[in-house]
Design a protein around this ligand. Structure first.
Ligand code: ZN
Length: 453
């Protein structure tokens, strides 16, 4: 059976993953993500797909981040009839993420005076096609002559690597790869026996700060803000980062490493996602599972408040400091965190703690780069608060660990395709894999079919 792969987006950019695998006559898509970034990138999402969605037999989804699922309702709107497959947890999280996206797209459409890219109806149709498959079970697609096996990628809850087997050959799509070991999730599983690998490279050219320092640093920042009687703001992504930070604060509070102060999770989406996490403890790592079995509610501790409604969110301002506010978005582009930044940035007693990647042009990035004043809602805001960051909580493997990950599969690998990173990161990683692992690594061209032989 012939095998061919074409990378439609997610090449030379972190976001917008969308790959077409053709096994014989079967046309398989892996991920259909939103292209994120500046306005030009946002417009690109509205362009027609470069293939006919109606010609696609099935879509496999590695995980629920918007840059991997964000264009699925558009794909359905434009003609997809085939089934969509993912883990149960990815499906549950994608439902929350896409519902949120429908709201954001409707707002954007109103401002621009255009029709939204898709609406709730398209989203519902997508979920009527969406089936779930478990980890660690060979699922056979007999009439198409291939099978699929899911391994844990350790990136966010439900994240999986997809291994396609046909004619005694194996192709693996990594999706995004977790920064293992992480506080909550299981480690990324090793890959053996794969002949072709399609892998991510967000941090292909950089290494993270050591992981063992992250909790101590978090403790120190919290303590110092409390001592100043200030407010600590932590902009956090709704999936994974919010739950990890909650888990860490739970640990610090219960072991009395920090004084007990009010902690607010101020994001309706993050609150719903946390509920999905609570139902999926079986996917946590052993340490976390043992703690839960021993009776610890790892996402709950005294003085923790989930502020779902807009009115309860506003009440946070009236609560006395010291206090901690965890809110989205993670890069301070929209979301409730911006209101808090507007209020708390001008006071030197407060701290904004950045715990994730901050894209160029975002408020988060400008704070990280040391801006002394920023514009929020058209107002000039003085930055007197302390700005700090902990990058050890990243949910992606760094350069050294990506190389190490590929090394474990070195024996059977014929070729690695390096994607889902800025060009500099992808090409650097491809070079490292060529030189250090001795496997042919390719930074592919967009829209060009590659024969897998
Ligand atoms: Zn991701």
């Amino acid at each position: 059976m012939s095998a061919k792969i074409t990378f439609y987006s997610g090449v030379g950019s972190v976001t917008g993953a969308n790959f077409l695998l053709e096994l014989g006559k079967t046309r398989i898509l892996v991920d259909c993500g939103l292209i994120q970034g500046d306005r030009v990138a946002m417009k690109e999402n509205r362009n027609p797909f470069e293939y006919d969605p109606a010609s696609i037999d099935m879509l496999f989804v590695t995980h629920a981040h918007l840059d991997h699922v964000g264009r699925i309702p558009k794909l359905v709107k434009d003609g997809l009839k085939g089934s969509i497959y993912s883990t149960l947890e990815t499906r549950a999280l994608a439902e929350l993420i896409l519902e949120d996206a429908v709201g954001l797209l409707a707002k954007e459409a109103l401002v621009e005076g255009i029709l939204p890219m898709y609406d709730m109806e398209d989203m519902k149709k997508a979920f009527s096609l969406w089936k779930t498959i478990p980890y660690h079970t060979e699922t056979n697609f007999e009439s198409e002559n291939f099978s699929i096996y899911l391994k844990d990628a350790g990136h966010i809850l439900g994240s999986s690597m997809f291994q396609f087997s046909y004619d005694n050959k194996k192709i693996i799509f990594t999706g995004d790869l977790g920064n293992s070991p992480t506080p909550l999730l299981k480690d990324t599983e090793a890959v053996t026996g794969a002949n072709f690998m399609i892998m991510e490279s967000v941090y292909g050219d950089r290494n993270h700060e050591p992981k063992n320092e992250r909790r101590e640093k978090l403790q120190k920042v919290i303590e110092e803000t409390i001592t100043k009687n200030g407010t600590l703001i932590i902009p956090a992504f709704s999936i994974e980062r919010t739950q990890v930070i909650l888990y860490e604060i739970n640990k610090l509070v219960e072991s009395k490493m920090i004084p007990s102060v009010p902690v607010y999770v101020d994001s309706p989406l993050a609150i719903k996602v946390t509920d999905v996490y609570k139902e999926s403890e079986n996917l946590f790592n052993e340490k976390a599972q043992v703690e839960i079995k021993a009776g610890d509610d790892v996402f709950n501790f005294p003085k923790l408040f989930f502020t779902d409604s807009a009115s309860s969110s506003r009440e946070i301002d009236h609560a006395k400091s010291p206090k901690i506010i965890i809110a989205g978005s993670g890069m301070s582009v929209g979301g409730r965190v911006i209101h808090h930044e507007e209020k708390y940035l001008p006071d030197a007693r407060n701290t904004v703690l950045l715990v994730g990647y901050q894209t160029l042009g975002s408020i988060g990035r400008r704070l990280m780069d040391g801006a002394k004043k920023i514009s929020i809602h058209g107002n000039e805001v003085q930055v007197k608060a302390r700005i700090d960051s902990i990058l050890g909580y990243s949910s992606h493997k760094d350069s050294d660990h990506l190389v190490e990950f590929v090394s474990t599969a070195q024996e059977s690998l014929k070729q690695v395709f390096v994607l889902m990173g800025e060009p500099k990161a992808s090409t650097f990683l491809a070079q490292r894999i060529n030189n250090e692992v001795g496997v042919k690594a390719t930074y592919p061209d967009r829209g060009v079919p590659y024969e897998l032989k």
